[in-house]
Ligand binder design. Structure first.
Ligand SMILES: Nc1ncnc2c1ncn2[C@@H]1O[C@H](COP(=O)(O)OP(=O)(O)OP(=O)(O)O)[C@@H](O)[C@H]1O
Ligand SMILES: [Mg+2]
Length: 236
């Protein structure tokens, strides 16, 4: 992939929360049908990056281009309608609404496309069984499936996942990660933010390691080794 055919291209991005500068300048690209992992410790700036892409931070400098057009000045609803969906850290479901109602929210804010309830239920069969239950009655893992499903219902061209494995049992994390190759095969670009280095590198075509707001290492998982990644993860 060259910078010219990137689905998402970020150049010199600086992200501010009030006066605090969380990211002092990052460059990255994501291609269509590519899985890109971002790994980094607590507070590295991973969520700040994803939030900046969907227009949910106080202020940015630098350039974020999606499908060749700048996202500068666009509000979150326009960005989502344009084809970027975020699975936010902490899921942010509507606990008293049903599974199906939560999923349908994604369709309302997103693009028209081939992914609907049937496709999401195909990926996560347990959600079909529980479709009429309130979201809060489901397990944490099942709630995470709703959050991923809701984002997919927006028919994104780019899917951003913020710590979808956090606090969940490994088997249910497997059930969630299992769908990512299917999503990628639809030509959707995927960014996976994780603290779990092993899982993250396993699914990734390329990765970026973030340390204190900057990328300390980038490449293909098969071109590096664990010791090198750990060094750049912790800044040792
Ligand atoms: N709304 C905010 N106001 C002020 N500072 C913030 C805000 N959000 C994040 N920060 C700060 O920005 C830095 C990066 O935070 P961010 O949440 O992006 O990190 P992260 O890599 O996602 O961490 P975690 O793994 O804990 O989710 C941290 O120092 C954090 O305290
Ligand atoms: Mg975070």
């Amino acid at each position: 992939m060259t910078a010219d055919d990137a689905l998402l291209r970020i150049d010199g991005l600086r992200v501010f929360h009030g006066k605090f500068e969380a990211l002092p300048g990052v460059d990255m690209q994501v291609g269509a049908g590519e899985v890109v992992s971002i790994i980094g410790a607590n507070g590295a700036g991973k969520s700040s990056l994803l939030k900046a892409i969907v227009g949910q931070v106080d202020r940015i400098e630098g350039e974020i281009a999606f499908g060749g057009s700048s996202l500068a000045g666009r509000a979150t609803p326009a960005i989502v309608a344009g084809g970027i969906a975020l699975v936010p850290e902490g899921r942010r479901l509507f606990p008293s609404l049903s599974v199906e109602e939560n999923l349908s929210m994604g369709a309302e804010v997103g693009r028209k496309g081939e992914i609907g309830l049937d496709e999401v239920f195909g990926m996560f069969p347990i959600l079909r069984e529980r479709r009429r239950q309130r979201a809060r009655e489901l397990s944490g893992g099942q709630q995470q499936m709703i959050a991923v499903g809701r984002a997919l219902m927006a028919n994104p061209r780019l899917l951003l996942c913020d710590e979808i494995s956090l606090g969940l049992a490994p088997t249910i994390v497997n059930d969630i990660y299992r769908i990512l190759p299917q999503v990628r095969d639809r030509g959707i670009g995927i960014v996976v933010v994780e603290q779990d280095i092993g899982r993250s590198l396993k699914v990734a075509d390329r990765f970026y390691c973030m340390l204190e707001g900057k990328f300390s290492l980038t490449g293909r998982p098969e071109e590096t080794d664990r010791a090198t990644v750990m060094k750049h993860y912790f800044g040792l």
